[in-house]
Design a binder for this molecule. Structure first.
Ligand code: GRF
Length: 193
């Protein structure tokens, strides 16, 4: 990713499907002077996503796309992103798999956050699987998105210790707290800030 030229912030879209706690932390981060991004668009595949509330609170444009017909929808989505001159896409709990065609259109410009220490525990139900394996540590990872699930180049990771009696819920809470710091830090890192 190229260095930030001058002080113009990169026009960023955040894709969500659920609660949007990472979206909220990214919005807060984007408002800081040192932040290289400005969030111009929130995309969701789910009109019931709780995180959409942040579009109203922070007056950010939102677009909802039903992914029933992926090829058709991605075409519309790509043109919406281009229309809004989006330069960076942050996936934050977005539950659709984007096609190779989509990824190629924004090559090197799509980031994702995943609640495990990748390459371990790709995919869904991460915390349950981690606890079942009696791991001592888990964590979160921000990575570039490529055509393979949760497999693009890693930008930043944060390790957390698993406590005795840890539940999937408590682990998720603990890791989410770290995610809210990790995503902004990963963005600073890719812009060499
Ligand atoms: C996070 O744990 C993220 O790592 C994963 O989905 C969850 C989204 O949480 N990809 P939120 O919607 O940002 O609160």
């Amino acid at each position: 990713m190229a260095l930030l030229i001058g002080s113009r912030k990169k026009r960023t879209a955040v894709f969500i499907s659920g609660k949007g706690s990472n979206l909220k932390s990214l919005i807060k981060f984007s408002k800081k002077k040192k932040s290289p991004i400005s969030i111009c668009l929130i995309v969701s595949n789910n009109y019931k996503a709780k995180g959409l509330i942040y579009a109203n609170i922070f007056k950010i444009k939102k677009k909802i796309f039903s992914f029933k017909n992926k090829i058709f929808v991605e075409k519309k989505l790509i043109s919406e992103l281009k229309k809004n001159k989006i330069e960076l896409i942050c996936l934050a709990g977005f539950m659709e798999i984007l096609s190779n065609h989509f990824i190629k259109n924004f090559s090197g410009k799509i980031l994702n956050i995943h609640p495990s220490l990748l390459p371990k525990y790709k995919g869904l139900n991460t915390h349950d699987r981690v606890l079942k394996k009696k791991e001592k540590y888990s964590g979160c990872t921000v990575h570039y998105v490529n055509s393979r699930l949760d497999a693009g180049r890693i930008i930043l990771q944060k390790k957390v210790k698993i406590s005795e009696n840890e539940t999937s819920k408590s682990l998720s809470r603990k890791i989410l707290k770290e995610e809210h710091k990790l995503y902004p830090n990963a963005i600073l890192k890719i812009f060499n800030l």
